[in-house]
Design a binder for this molecule. Structure first.
Ligand SMILES: *Cc1c(COP(=O)(O)O)cnc(C)c1O
Length: 381
């Protein structure tokens, strides 16, 4: 009685190895709902990926994995560290910048975990504050991008670098750039930002200290990364990747919901929380999956302008009768919600003439993985 994610294990693992082969220095990202899989599962999988890389495995085209793949796992928040720390052995990069409150402070008290965590810094006051509290902290300095979410300006990056010199026990692990998703002209922006990175005179840069030459990036294409590696041979790029890694092969993933109940409906029959009347005869299907799982309303099927609407009415489209498209589909046809989704179940309308599944059957569901809570995740094979 569940909304379940079934994973074709062999296919998924092949995809993970292929992404790792394409992205030397890959840093898997496990945050939020764990991209639908759960944080713990992704942490174990990242550990596996790192072990495969160290063992010299290749992607399916024969490209060997760089041994640095997945030596670090990125999490979104300090609160997420607990779920991954016992399942992944390597370093843990926290993407949300450190602030002097909440779980970001608690982790400083942990002797062992504290040594594995890499903090992201984005404000000058936080550099002083963190290093006063934990002088040996490992830190990444974030340079702000056109995202304008977090990070230092070019000038403040230089100041942060100067502040780090006043704390010789601090361990600089690199500079972070979080780029927008939009494809296109990342390249010129990254080039400008890298000029700032080099101009910031990072501690250790002149002595070849690895952290002063490491740049953590996101959302660059393989060719952009290739060009950057070519143009900036002194820098090491670490691509932080979540969606493309975990969700990049949709054919390895299948989401299904159980049919929980089936009721025949005559035109005019009353049903649902809102006492709607059936627009025509058919069946009411109650399936698992509702708002608590993140199942939401989809955009109406028909055109919203008057002419389109008149056309839909003339064709007798059900959406014109006030029903809304659902993410559930039966035999490849997307079905309409009989009414908006409930907390854990949804009611679908199946018009007469279509095959009616039985209780216990499953139907396919199209979801946004990063906002869906599955009742179960099954890795097959
Ligand atoms: C979420 C996130 C990523 C990974 O994003 P995807 O689109 O899932 O690959 C990388 N960097 C930062 C800072 C993030 O917050």
């Amino acid at each position: 009685m569940s909304l379940s994610l079934t994973v074709d294990g062999a296919r998924w693992r092949t995809h993970l190895l292929d992404v790792a082969a394409a992205l030397p220095g890959l840093v898997p990202v496990a945050k939020g709902n764990g991209y639908g899989f759960g944080l713990g599962r992704l942490a174990r999988r990242a550990q596996w990926l790192h072990e495969r890389a160290v063992a010299g495995d290749t992607g399916s085209a024969g490209t060997p994995l760089d041994p640095g793949v997945a030596d670090t796992l990125a999490v979104g928040t300090y609160e997420e560290l607990g779920e991954v720390a016992s399942r992944f052995d390597g370093d843990l990069l926290v993407l949300t910048p450190w602030r002097p409150f909440g779980a970001a402070l608690d982790v400083l008290e942990h002797e062992r975990l504290g040594r594995r965590v890499i903090h992201t810094l984005g404000r000058l006051e936080d550099v002083e504050d963190l290093l006063t509290r934990r002088p040996d902290a490992r830190v990444v300095l974030e340079r702000s991008t056109t995202m304008l979410r977090h990070g230092f300006s070019a000038r403040d990056l230089w100041e942060a670098s100067a502040a780090l010199r006043r704390h010789p026990a601090a361990r600089l692990e690199g500079v972070a750039l979080h780029l927008p998703l939009a494809q296109g002209d990342h390249f010129s922006q990254v080039n400008r930002l890298l000029t700032d990175v080099v101009g910031a005179d990072l501690p250790g840069a002149a002595d070849g200290h690895a952290g002063a030459h490491r740049v953590w990036v996101s959302h660059l294409t393989d060719s952009e990364l290739g060009r950057l590696r070519h143009d900036w041979p002194d820098l090491t790029f670490r691509p932080r990747t979540g969606t493309r890694l975990w969700l990049g092969d949709r054919d390895a993933l299948r989401v299904r919901a159980h049919v929980l109940d089936v009721h025949p409906l005559e035109r005019g029959d009353v049903y649902g929380y809102r006492g709607r009347t059936a627009p025509r005869s058919g069946h009411l299907l109650v399936v698992s999956g509702g708002t608590a799982h993140g199942i939401g309303l989809e955009a109406p099927t028909g055109s919203l302008d008057l002419r389109g609407r008149a056309g839909t009415l003339a064709r007798g489209g059900l959406d014109a009768l006030g029903l809304v498209r659902s993410p559930f589909s039966i035999d490849g046809t997307q079905r309409l919600f009989a009414e908006p989704p409930h907390m854990q179940a949804s009611m679908l309308f199946v018009p007469t003439g279509s095959r009616v599944p039985a209780v216990g059957d499953t139907v396919d569901v199209r979801v946004r993985f990063t906002t869906t809570s599955f009742d179960e995740v099954v890795i097959e094979g």
